[in-house]
Write a protein that binds this ligand. Sequence first.
Ligand code: F6P
Length: 255
Amino acid sequence: GFIYQLKGLSNLEDKLKELLNLKNIFVVPGNFDKDEYILSDIGKEASKHILNVIKDNNILGITGGTTMAKVAEEMPKSNSIKDILVLPARGGIGKSLETQSNNIAANIAYKLDGKYKLLHIPDNIGKEALDTLMQFDEIKSLIDSIKKIDVLVFGIGRSDTMAERRNLSKDIIDILEKEGAVSEAFGYYFNINGEIIRESNTVGLNLEDFKSIRNVIGIAAGAQKAEAIIAIAALRNDITLLIDEGAAKEILNKI
Ligand code: F6P
């Protein structure tokens, strides 16, 4: 019954906390790989966590992807917190689904009665062009605000899935695989120990910034993302991890 299921999930959470050395793990029932509606539950749960930690005048950083899109969709309309600023944590990496981070920022800002700013960086831009863009005051001040993010909510993806979604070349895909990349988050590809294998050529949040943000909430669903999640858990032991039961059980199998 229901009580048994709750107990089972909190046992699962406790085991994971110990194995991953993380303080805050929340497991949502179900496996996204078998039931796509689980993503809405993750979105609802993430919304609750955001509303719990966010304060007046905070800067909320977000990333793109289908999981984050659900957070925006499931976020209830609320005006209880004043003057929130929502920002995409990194500039446009890749195509459609990713540039969605701008839409997600706008949607969440609308739901929280706050403001948003957008980071318009073209895809696959060269280093020189990127440096030139960085000279613009508008972009500079946005990057400054990104460095002041109070709460970051980010999606966690598999390295191979993200490399494909971003149309990376066969050469790069091979290197990622050879070097053991399993995870992607906010523009970085990581191996299972959370070591950087590759960084996307864009601007915004970097790993150092990530480590000093007051509140970070990583979200992911599906057993297929088990290794991707393990890698992120290695980055900081005080992040909040919000995953589904499918991913949680598979993590136990992998460790
Ligand atoms: O591209 C943005 C991003 O948040 C990535 O950093 C992450 O790997 C991916 O989306 C997750 O996407 P999805 O939620 O669709 O699996």
